[in-house]
Design a protein around this ligand. Structure first.
Ligand code: ACM
Length: 527
C-alpha cells in the first residue's frame, strides 16, 4: 500500500505565532507557555519543570542501577532503548552499569505497583525509577513520547535531542489492558505480529490475545493432531493460502511479546467456530464425516461433538500443548456464538473444557456467553456486547460467581468496525465506531450494576474477515487503539475527549516516522 505523507505546517508560522503570543516577561512566559507533553496514556501525575531542559548529546549513555536479581531484565530494557537511540541519533549510546545520562533504576518504591514508575527529566539527567524491570519498560514508553518524533527513526537524524523538564509518577488503573489479533480469518506472519506488538507496546498494553483457531483456519501447531495445521490451516477467508505458526514461531512471538511486557493469551475457540478442526479430523464430527474447509465469513454453523469422549481427549491434547507454550496464566477457550450447539450441551461442554484448561494449570478465559457456566476460580469473562440486556446479564452473572470481566464492547472497542460508512474495509454489524466513540466510555460504568471490583480491564479486539495485511490492520487500529489503551491505564478522572483529541493529534508525526498506515480521522488536527 502506498503511504501518503501529509504536508507539514511550516515551522516558521508556528514560531511567529508563539512570538506574537509572548508577553514581555521571559521567566513567566516560560512557565506559562510550557505545555504538558502530549502523552498517551495520560500519566497519573505530571509536573512540568520550567526552565529545565535535558539535551541528549553524543556522550549519552543509558545506565542501569539494579539489584543482581533484576539486573539482567533491566539491562534488556536499557538495551532496547539504547538500540533505538543509536539508530536515530547516530551516537554510540552505550549501556553502562550504575551511571548514565539516562538512568534506569529498579530501586523505586513498590507503592506504584509492578508496572508503576517515576520519571524525572532535568538539565542533568533523565531518571526512570521503578520497583521492577516491567515498570522501567512502561517508563521508557513514556520517555519515547517525550523525545522528538525523529528519535524513532530507523536512520540517523540531525539533533538537537531535547526533552523539556518534567516529573511524572504513574501507574495503571487496570491490570488487564489488551488487544486481540484474529490470525484465523486471515493469517498474519510472525513479522506482522511483531510489528503489531511493537505498536501496541508503545501505549502500555500488556496483553496480546491471539485468536488462533476458527472456522476458516487453525493457526498453531499441535504435534498430537498434525492435520489441524497442515490441512486445517491451509486456507483463509477468500480461499487464499493460509498458514500457521510452528512451535518455534509461536515461541518467538511469545518471547518477542514478553520482551515488550505483553503476555500472550492464546485462544482456541470452542465449541463453535471449529470448522477447521472438524474438516481436519472426520472422527471429531458426531456423524463421522468431515465437512469441507470453509473460506466464507458466516458464523455459528460449526460445533464440536459434545457427546463424544474423543472431543475431550482432543481438547486435553490441544490445551495441554498450547498451555505448555504459554508462560502466561490464562488460556482462552472461546465459547462465543455456539449457535449450533444446544444450550444444555453448551453448558456441559464449557464446564468440561474449563476443567481441562485448569487441569493444565491455566485460568479460563472465554467470551461472555460462558457467563452462565460453572466458571472455575480465577476465570475471566470477556464482554463483547452492544449495550444489550442479554450480554450485560451474562457479564453480571459471571461477576456474581467471582469471575473478572474484561470489557470489549463491540460497539466501542472492536477495531474492525468501520469508522464511518466510507471506510474501505471493516464491518459495521455493531455500528460505526469513530475515534470519539471508541474513547468516550468508562469501563466500570458501561454495564449498570456490575461491581467496579469485577472489572479486570479492557481489550480491543481486531477481527480480520476483511483485513488481509498489516497495513489494513494498522489503518483500523490507529488511531483507535491508543484510546482503548488510555481507558485501561489512565485514571477515570483523566478521561476527557477534548483534551485527549489534542494529545492524539501529537501522535501523528510519530506514526509518520514509523510509517504507520493510520487513518487520518478528519476530526483530529494532526500535527
Ligand atoms: C465475537 O465477536 N464473536 C466474540
Amino acid at each position: 500500500m502506498k503511504r501518503l505523507l501529509r504536508p507539514r505546517r511550516p515551522l516558521i508560522g508556528l514560531l511567529t505565532a508563539a512570538f506574537l503570543a509572548s508577553p514581555l516577561s521571559v521567566v513567566s512566559t516560560a512557565e506559562a507557555a510550557t505545555p504538558a507533553p502530549a502523552l498517551i496514556p495520560k500519566p497519573v501525575s505530571q509536573q512540568v519543570l520550567s526552565g529545565e531542559t535535558f539535551t541528549l548529546g553524543s556522550s549519552a549513555a543509558v545506565g542501569v542501577i539494579a539489584s543482581p536479581a533484576k539486573r539482567a531484565a533491566a539491562t534488556k530494557v536499557a538495551e532496547q532503548l539504547a538500540a533505538q537511540l543509536r539508530r536515530s541519533t547516530g551516537y554510540a549510546v552505550p549501556v553502562v552499569p550504575d551511571a548514565g545520562t539516562i538512568r534506569l533504576s529498579t530501586n523505586g518504591t513498590s507503592s506504584l505497583g509492578a508496572e508503576g514508575y517515576q520519571l524525572r527529566v532535568d538539565r542533568t539527567a533523565v531518571t526512570i525509577t521503578a520497583a521492577t524491570p516491567e515498570g522501567l519498560f512502561r517508563g521508557v514508553t513514556t520517555l519515547r513520547q517525550l523525545l522528538p518524533a525523529k528519535a524513532d527513526s530507523a536512520a540517523p537524524q540531525a539533533g538537537p535531542w531535547k526533552i523539556a523538564g518534567i516529573a511524572i509518577a504513574d501507574s495503571p488503573r487496570f491490570a488487564y489492558r489488551g488487544t486481540m489479533l484474529d490470525v484465523s480469518r486471515h493469517f498474519f506472519s510472525v513479522a506482522e505480529v511483531k510489528r503489531y506488538i511493537d505498536l501496541a507496546s508503545r501505549y502500555k498494553l500488556n496483553k496480546l490475545h491471539l485468536h488462533l483457531a476458527d472456522d476458516q483456519g487453525w493457526r498453531i501447531q499441535v504435534d498430537s493432531w498434525p492435520r489441524l495445521t497442515t490441512y486445517g490451516g491451509s486456507l483463509e477467508v477468500g480461499g487464499t493460502p493460509g498458514g500457521y505458526y510452528t512451535k518455534a514461531d509461536f515461541a518467538e512471538i511469545v518471547r518477542y511479546a514478553g520482551e515488550r511486557y505483553l503476555t500472550v493469551i492464546p485462544e482456541i475457540d470452542t465449541p463453535g467456530h471449529t470448522n477447521a478442526a472438524l474438516a481436519s479430523y472426520a472422527e471429531l464430527n458426531c456423524n463421522g464425516v468431515a465437512p469441507p474447509l470453509y473460506t466464507g465469513t458466516n458464523v455459528g454453523f460449526s460445533s464440536l461433538c459434545v457427546g463424544k469422549e474423543l472431543t475431550y481427549s482432543f481438547l486435553d491434547d490441544v490445551f495441554g500443548e498450547v498451555s505448555a507454550q504459554t508462560p502466561g496464566d490464562i488460556v482462552h477457550l472461546g465459547g462465543d456464538e455456539a449457535h449450533s450447539t444446544p444450550h444444555a450441551d453448551y453448558v456441559t461442554f464449557v464446564n468440561k473444557a474449563s476443567t481441562i484448561v485448569t487441569g493444565h494449570g491455566k485460568r479460563v478465559m472465554g467470551w461472555h456467553e460462558i457467563g452462565d457456566t460453572a466458571l472455575p476460580a480465577g476465570s475471566v469473562v470477556q464482554y463483547w456486547g452492544t449495550d444489550d440486556t442479554k450480554s450485560r446479564d451474562l457479564a453480571r452473572q459471571a461477576a456474581t460467581k467471582g469471575a473478572k470481566v474484561v470489557m470489549s464492547p463491540a460497539n466501542r472497542a472492536y477495531l474492525d468496525m468501520k469508522y464511518n460508512k466510507d471506510t474501505p474495509y471493516g464491518l459495521s454489524w455493531a455500528g460505526l465506531v469513530n475515534v470519539e466513540k471508541a474513547y468516550s466510555w468508562n469501563p466500570t460504568t458501561l454495564i449498570p450494576n456490575l461491581p467496579e471490583s469485577a472489572v479486570a480491564g479492557v481489550e480491543a479486539p481486531l477481527w480480520s474477515e476483511t483485513l488481509d495485511d498489516i497495513d489494513k490492520v494498522e489503518f483500523m487500529a490507529f488511531p483507535r487503539l491508543p484510546g482503548i489503551a488510555e481507558l485501561g491505564w489512565s485514571p477515570a478522572s483523566a478521561l476527557n475527549w477534548t483534551a485527549y483529541k489534542d494529545r492524539l493529534a501529537g501522535q501523528g508525526s510519530r506514526w509518520d516516522v514509523l510509517s504507520v498506515n493510520f487513518y487520518r480521522a478528519p476530526e483530529i488536527a494532526w500535527r
